[in-house]
Design a protein. Structure first.
Length: 176
């Protein structure tokens, strides 16, 4: 049977060893609370596990996201590596220009795509090549009335290109 004093000492030790604050990504450099880098130039045969192994010396890796071709699923040689700490991210960036196999690595901080500002103009892709401006006005009838419709045409032939824009009075109408 264990003495109560020993249990108290174990409890005190657990309280005295909190996790370091740096291990919690409270505010990452990319605006999502993540410490992430984008790596370009990776050998095409590298998968998530081999990339994780490659960057384990930089710091604790939380996640690896490999960019792949949609049609084949093969890696593109680009990956995002998310670290637990800013120090891990900085250590990885310091490795920019290293070689991996016969390839040079380009390593930089992952940037988020900026969200597009709300607009009263809608892009319309995949339009029929026979669609007219009147067809577009009729398609929006009863939903929202466009102020202006433009269908893109080839400069030389004047033939429709299969896309266009519909402009509305304001953003709220465009969202309707």
């Amino acid at each position: 049977e264990e003495k109560p004093a020993a249990k108290e000492e174990e409890a005190e030790e657990a309280v005295e060893t909190p996790k370091p604050a740096a291990a919690t990504p409270s505010k990452g450099g990319n605006g999502r609370g993540e410490f992430a880098v984008t790596v370009r130039g990776l050998p095409y045969e590298m998968d998530e596990d081999s990339i994780l192994e490659l960057f384990a010396t930089s710091g604790e890796v939380v996640r690896v996201e490999v960019s792949r071709f949609e049609d084949t699923g093969r890696p593109k040689g680009i990956a995002n590596v998310v670290f637990a700490t800013e120090e891990g991210k900085d250590n990885a960036i310091a490795r920019d220009g290293e070689t991996c196999g016969a390839r040079w690595l380009s390593i930089g901080e992952k940037r988020l795509r900026e969200e597009a500002e709300a607009s009263a103009t809608l892009f319309m892709g995949g339009l029929s090549y026979t669609a007219t401006e009147d067809d577009v006005y009729n398609a929006f009838a009863g939903v929202a009335e466009p102020v202006r419709v433009r269908i893109a045409t080839d400069r030389d032939s004047g033939e429709p290109k299969g896309f266009g824009h519909a402009e509305f009075a304001d953003v709220e109408t465009a969202r309707a």
